[in-house]
Write a new protein. Structure first.
Length: 104
């Protein structure tokens, strides 16, 4: 998927996928979503995913209401780390955020 958002091009074909995750709902549930976190060659992070009408990927439907959709959502480095903490094992992402992770 490829999108231009605020003058920046986000392209899943040229970005590095860090990992995938999704919500706790099942496909067919209006809250269901599935997404992947990517890092661009310039170091920016974004989510690419799809979901049901009540997910962050929901879109206005013709005639009213909402329907499922897909899209790209730029995220800050800190938000990308938070997403990883929720969806991935540390071994899968610590190399990208080693300066933000410290021992307790």
């Amino acid at each position: 998927m490829k999108r231009v958002i605020e003058g920046k091009r986000y392209d899943t074909a040229t970005a590095q996928e860090i990992g995938s995750g999704g919500g706790k709902a099942y496909p067919g549930d209006f809250r269901y979503y599935s997404e992947s976190l990517y890092k661009t060659p310039r170091g920016n992070f974004f989510l690419c995913g799809e979901g049901g009408p009540l997910s962050r990927y929901g879109r206005p439907a013709y005639g009213g209401g909402t329907c499922g959709g897909e899209g790209i959502i730029p995220v800050s480095r800190e938000d990308a780390l938070s997403w990883c903490e929720e969806h991935l094992d540390i071994e899968d992402y610590q190399e990208y955020f080693s300066d933000l992770i410290e021992d307790a």
